[in-house]
Design a protein around this ligand. Sequence first.
Ligand code: PGA
Length: 252
Amino acid sequence: MRTTLIAGNWKMNGSRGRTRELIRAIIAGLPQSRGYEVVVCPSFVFLADAAGALEGSGVGLGAQNVCDQDQGAYTGEIAGDMLVELGCRWAIVGHSERRHLYGETNTLVASRFVAAQRHGLTPIFCVGEKLEERESGATEAILDEQLHAVFEQQGAQAFRSAIIAYEPVWAIGTGRTATAEQAQAAHAHIRGRVAEHDARAAAELQILYGGSVKPENARSLFAQPDVDGGLIGGASLQAQDFLAICHAGGPQ
Ligand code: PGA
């Protein structure tokens, strides 16, 4: 049985005060006993504040990226050890904004994935196609390439300790959400590919959907058999919306 996970990707938003305030509101609105996991991923510079505010809440802390190298002359990068020291247990890798705005390649993303696992962080590995790729029927081929890069570097058991987020690029921050059927089809494809390498990992793998998840569409997305929760951008910045999405991850 896979647990539903709801992760908030706060991107480059907030301030120290706003981070603490948002966390306070989220914790206050979550039921004590909930059948799903909640993780928040604030900016690197607010991770220490966030870790303090989250203490004892059962809400997890994740980073928005992690360096592929362990230490040294990598200006502007953040090492896995540093994130672990601040209390992170998850790290997003390969978010489409990193791939498309900052030129991160499949190979670099896979190296970041490997580094996350090397440091004991669970990578939240983002995959997804652009609009033109979907329209030309290339969605599955793109997902395969993105997955292949990780298998190539980390081997067949790469997804034993990882999470995948399927985030169609055309749905991120656009208000346009994949239909529940489109999400299910992509998730089933991803799980099938992982199963070809490692059936046990595929069965246990949490595959999150991301891309304009809102309180109104969360329940139908999460109800799909291969959708195990969501990676939430814009709607995770408003406590009420994020909480409504979390509640949609609870018993139906
Ligand atoms: P969105 O972002 O929910 O604002 O579309 C999702 C993401 O980028 O992870």
